[in-house]
Design a protein around this ligand. Structure first.
Ligand code: TYD
Ligand code: MG
Length: 456
């Protein structure tokens, strides 16, 4: 007879308690405890298959362990390889999170279909074979070594793994899996944790890399699995605006590479297209100069790219002026507006201000500040900023224009794209050799200087 007991789990951090508590002692969140029935009916490891690559584990000297970097598996998807730090590491477990409908299943199915020299097992608990088949047809890649399994029990999945012997395993999604060794409903915290633990043991023992798809809660964190983030080797976040075509794959944690890498995709009718040159697609094609638009030379992850900032400043129709942003931090914009008001004397307090980063991207690079200021002023004055101008600097609370990192990369990207002038902070000028550059560098130290050059 299985022993049954119930435990309370914090849905935020996974902390356990034998009784219900209002505030989690571990993470400080309120009202996150949920009761779950837990009963172990069998020993844990029984179901994990012995894959042929399994080797006997015994202690070895650290110098004797072979370094595995050369054995990274190429996913045939440059953006994904880049975010993973150069390819898939054998035995690693990768969690991909993202809002529903953002394209997680599409991305991984496409990767699975593209990896023609490896055997892939794509396990789905979310959709039927037919739905996946339809998606595969949309993507339009033919692959004989990609297997599909609709299954939600880990024990069954492991049974099929023994026969298929895949080189890569994809689980869509971890929330739909359940294991027989625990008696609580699929998607509950203890199930997620146990399933992930089983998959992790499988992956470490067999050397097969495993992709886990995970859902995201409304608040933007991975549903339940804070604990999952600790268990897996890599956490990737797939984000973007569902109504826009661009998607960003960001690395939040990576045991085998840098977390500042990022991949960019475009969602098309026929799957995701890798975007190698993000700047070109992110700049909207303008025929003529319009006011309220400025271009920022930003660095997202490791890559410099030029993005367009659009602002609309108009007289407030109601008593309280509206402020709204897409792709940019609202508080940051409010701060910049306050700086403009207080330090430079622009009357914006009675104006509605809307700000938009084109392409549905979210930026958090402080170097965008100056472009935001320029776009707001341009709209407010109704004078356009020349299309051949871009900006890269942070704006401080006293209205000073501050230097930003990696300015050379920003400048050379702007030059590559044919911009003729780049506005930077005076303090970024040190060590810059502008004699070899075709692009004209305009150093500024105060907003009034910028205003004087652009709008007078
Ligand atoms: P999906 O991959 O199912 O998202 P997730 O698994 O993250 O929930 O689908 C994402 C959306 O992409 C869906 O609304 C349909 C759309 N889509 C395309 O635009 N082009 C395509 O080729 C495919 C397969 C999907
Ligand atoms: Mg899906």
């Amino acid at each position: 007879m299985a022993k049954t007991k119930s435990i309370f789990f914090c849905q935020n951090c996974g902390n356990e308690s034998t009784k219900w508590v209002g505030k989690c002692p571990a993470c400080g969140e309120w009202n996150t405890y949920v009761e779950e029935v837990v009963s172990k009916t069998q020993s844990r490891d029984k179901s994990i298959p012995s894959v042929s690559t399994r080797k006997d584990n015994k202690p070895q000297r650290i110098q004797d362990i072979q370094k595995g970097s050369e054995s990274r598996v190429n996913t045939r998807n440059n953006e994904l390889n880049r975010v993973l730090g150069g390819g898939l590491v054998p035995g690693s477990i990768i969690l991909i999170g993202g809002e529903p409908g953002i394209g997680k299943s599409t991305l991984l199915l496409q990767v699975a279909l593209n990896m023609k020299d490896a055997k892939i097992l794509y396990v789905t608990g979310e959709e039927s074979d037919q739905q996946i088949k339809m998606r595969a047809e949309r993507i339009g890649i033919h692959n004989d070594s990609c297997f599909l399994l609709t299954e939600t029990s880990t024990q069954q999945v492991f049974r099929h793994i023994e026969t298929v012997q895949p080189d890569v395993l994809v689980i869509d999604s971890i929330q739909t899996l359940h294991t027989d060794s625990i008696e609580s409903s699929a998607g509950s915290l203890s199930q997620i944790r146990e399933c992930a633990a089983e998959l992790q043991r499988f992956s470490k023992v067999s050397g097969v890399p495993v992709f886990l798809i995970g859902h995201i809660t409304k608040e933007g964190s991975l549903a339940g699995p804070k604990i999952l983030e600790h268990m897996v080797d890599t956490v990737l976040q797939f984000e973007g605006d569902r109504n826009h075509e661009y998607r960003i794959l960001r690395s939040m944690k990576n045991r085998f590479g840098s977390t500042s890498e990022l991949g960019i995709y475009e969602m098309r009718g026929s799957g995701l297209r890798e975007v190698d040159n993000p700047s070109e697609v992110l700049l909207s094609k303008r025929e003529e100069n319009v006011s309220g638009v400025a271009v920022a030379a930003t660095i997202e992850g490791m890559r410099p790219m030029l993005i367009e900032v659009q602002a609309l400043v108009s007289s407030a129709a109601y008593g309280t002026p509206q402020r709204s942003t897409t792709g940019f931090d609202l508080r940051r914009m409010n701060m910049l507006l306050a700086v403009l008001e207080k330090r430079s004397g622009f009357r914006l307090a009675v104006k509605d201000v809307f700000l938009n980063i084109t392409g549905g991207l979210k930026v958090d690079d402080p170097a965008v500040d100056l472009a935001v200021v320029a776009a707001v002023l341009s709209s407010s004055e109704d004078i356009s900023v020349d299309q051949k101008i871009c900006l890269a600097a942070e704006v401080g609370l006293s209205g000073e224009i501050r230097p930003v990192n990696r300015i050379d990369q920003r400048i050379s990207e702007a030059q590559k794209l044919g911009f003729q002038e780049i506005f930077i902070s005076k303090f970024n000028q040190k060590g810059l050799d502008s004699s070899k550059l075709q692009i004209n560098i305009v150093p500024v130290s105060k907003i009034s200087e910028l205003y004087g050059i652009l709008f007078k």
